[in-house]
Design a protein around this ligand. Sequence first.
Ligand code: MG
Length: 348
Amino acid sequence: MRTVRVNTSAPYDILIERGLINSAGDYIKKVTSAKKVMVISDTNVEKLYAEKVVSSLEKNGFETGLFVYEAGEKSKTLDTISAMYSRLADFNMSRKDIIVALGGGVCGDMAGFAAATYMRGINFIQIPTSLLAQVDSSVGGKTGVDIAQGKNLVGAFLQPILVLIDPDTLKTLPEYYVNDGMAEIIKYGCIKDGSLFKTLEDENALDIIEDIIEKCVSIKRDVVNRDEKEAGERMLLNFGHTLGHSLEKIYNFEGLSHGQAVAIGMVMITRASQRAGLTESGTVERIISLCKKYSLPTSDKADVDEIARYCASDKKAGFGSVNLVLLKKIGESYIKNTPLNELGDFIR
Ligand code: MG
């Protein structure tokens, strides 16, 4: 068993082990005195894993409920949250009871948001089943939903009390979604860990995925420990994301996955910074070949000015400027505040 301890305001452990999902209840029992557990999952994941988790919880004496919503980002709305609240209330959940998020990033975001707000806050546990959620969204405490005006515009910070990662769940994940998670893994190598980047170049990541997951959550843990509410260093995790988010918006979040958009964003911004002499030469070439190795796109035909325009509407953009995350070299990153009116020329 690998354990990564996260020392946020309320510390918690991330446990990583193959087959862990089958004994989820044993580990949950150790961290809560709850009587009731509401498992929240989507229509895809529920079929594969809900029964395993529920029976392990019941074996440990918990009374369990199950809330299942239609799989997909389209469900990430306040309407779904509202249905969750009703289910929690009908199940007579008290403030001492807990929610378990069983699924990918959307599930963790929504179940976490319901936990942050139901009765002004109850505890929750993450069992992420996608690679993206395992290496990224299950750590850090961001929860929320989309509204018509934008993604993740409504939310709350809430740290889970436990994260259980079972890499065996990746076996049932379509390759497209595995590659999606690989983009965030490559990102961690780029911003913080040159040796991780080298490992991804030399080996097949899936053969050593426990090592890779442990490495990535440890990096994110360190960053979040130092900057829980995203005032400074945590911004580095947005490498590739500023332009990536613009691309996702241009394509209306369809056709281009988050990981694909981030891969293109990492390449675009690094090509620009390398050309401007801000990044060690040869860096963008290494990123491009690594993205290709893991079947990620490295370019897009979208108009540069349109991409820059969309950056202005990003919720992380300040007044008239944007904090770009640039690489000094592979494994070393920094923030460069750039006026929005110079962004188009910078990335052209
Ligand atoms: Mg991301």
